[in-house]
Structures are given as structure tokens and as C-alpha cells.
Design a protein around this ligand. Sequence first.
Ligand code: IPD
Length: 298
Amino acid sequence: ADLNLQEIHDTLISVAHEAGRMMLAANPTDIAQGTKINSVDIVTEADKAVEALVSSRLLKAYPNFAFIGEETYKPGMKLTSTPTFIVDPIDGTTNFIHGFPSACISLGLAVDHTPTVGVVYNPWLDQLYTAIRGQGAFLTQGANWGVEGGAGRKNKLPIAKNPAPLRGLDSSLVSIEWGSHRDGPNYELKTEVFKKLCASKETGGAMVHSLRSMGSAALNLCAVAAGQLDVYWEGGCWAWDVCAAWCILAEAGGLMAGGNPGVWEPKIDDRKYLAVRGAPSGQKELVQEFWAVIGDGQ
Ligand code: IPD
């Protein structure tokens, strides 16, 4: 059946705003916190409450769609070709509990395994990234962010396809994340990659301009989409961290490759990703340069 993507997009935006109000109203230092795989893999009552709100709103509006959410995910749940909402109620939970204003609600729709609509909303900064497949990516934010217009006004601006060519890793601002796994081979791989990215060329490193971590996979991807970061690499995030922002990245001319060498067409649930900003040239070369830093990966 033909999907009304515009209507789905508008519904996702209104749900994101409602969820954003709920996040702002929650006091993360007061609310009950729990942990998942270890003490840094945190979940709060707000994560669960926002997911409950989002799933009830979305499944009421689209009862035939599937739903995968971070807080209700069970191992073995598989993404099918059915239109599926893929949702992270609070991406950046660690920032949320520390009051660091880089966290968002990430609402994606995958159709036939392809990110098709994406809405990423940071309620603290009132920044809304949106995209529908084939229709461009947009950022709506308060006019006091240096864009045209008077204070208090909102501007919805297309995210321009970036005109600046990429010049290689040594001219790149790269985002990475520690994620929650802090031991084992995955941790060693991350540590090695971060060291090699930063080290001087004399010592065999790539000497990138620097490393950044937004603390939210979705916001890392949106920053790459907006051209604020050149590259983002993570080995360990989930479909709900990436689905929405992947659509935004692709619509802004960005490239999503796999976090492991040789993967040019990653799947939504591959867990390892390498995103490169939009540019008229240099994207594939940068991916290859990054893969060379990783070596065989894992
Ligand atoms: C996490 C954040 C973090 C990333 C992890 C994610 P959560 O999501 O996006 O930046 O490193 O891989 O799981 O737990 O805050 O929803």
C-alpha cells in the first residue's frame, strides 16, 4: 500500500514535541535509575515513560506498523519489511542524567529495511532535524542560533549539500563514542582506533584535527549531516540509535558505510557504522582511509 510519508513525518514531529516536553519536565536526578549491562549502561524512568507515550501514540495512528523501541526490545526481535517505527525515547541518557544538553528523541520509520522518515529532536536546544527519503533534510531551530530572523522565531532551513570537498582524515573533525562496553575485544578495538586517529603521523597515526563525542549516536549523525563534523564512527550502537538520523544524513548528501572494513552497504541493525558528511568529492576515499586505520576490525 502507498504510504503517506508526509503525514507520517508530521505525526512523528508532533509526537517528538510532546515527548520533548515530557523529557524537559522530568528531573533526572530525582527519578529512579537502573542499569542494564553494567554501571554505565543507564536507563531512567523517563526513558521508559517516553517510550510508552511514543509507542501508544504511533501505534494508535498506525496500527498495522511494527514498533521497535530501545526500552521494550527483546533479543531475537527482527526487523522485517513491514513499515517499522524504530525509536530511541532518549538517545543520550548519560547526558540526560548529567544535565548536559545533548540528548534527543529519535523517531525513525524503516520501510523494506530502509530508513525512510527521520525525526530527531533535542528539546533542550529546541533543534529539530527532519527528513523524508527523496525530499531533502531540514533543521528547524530558534532564530537566535545565528540564522536569519528575529528572536523567538523558528526557521526551517534545508541542510545544504555540503560544497566543501573532504581533504582526508588529517583535515577532519571526527566523532567517536566510548559506548557502554568497557572491556573485552570491542573496548580494545575502540581504544586502538581512537589512539591511531589522534597520534602524529611520525608515530603511525592519522592525526585528525580532533575527536568529539555528542553522547548520542543520533546527534552525532545529525552533526555529520549538518557538516559540523566530517566523520562519525561507532562500533556498538543499535538500530534505534541510527534509523532516524540515517535518513537525515542520506538526505543531506552524507554517506553511511559500515564500521568494519569493506562494508559499503550496511544494514540498519549492523551495530557498526561509519558516516561521512556530504561533499562533492572525497567521501569514498575518506571511508577507505578510515578502514585502513581500523585494520581488520572485528
Ligand atoms: C547510546 C548513545 C551513545 C552511544 C551508545 C548508545 P542511549 O544511546 O547514543 O552515544 O555511544 O552506543 O547506545 O543509551 O543513550 O539511548
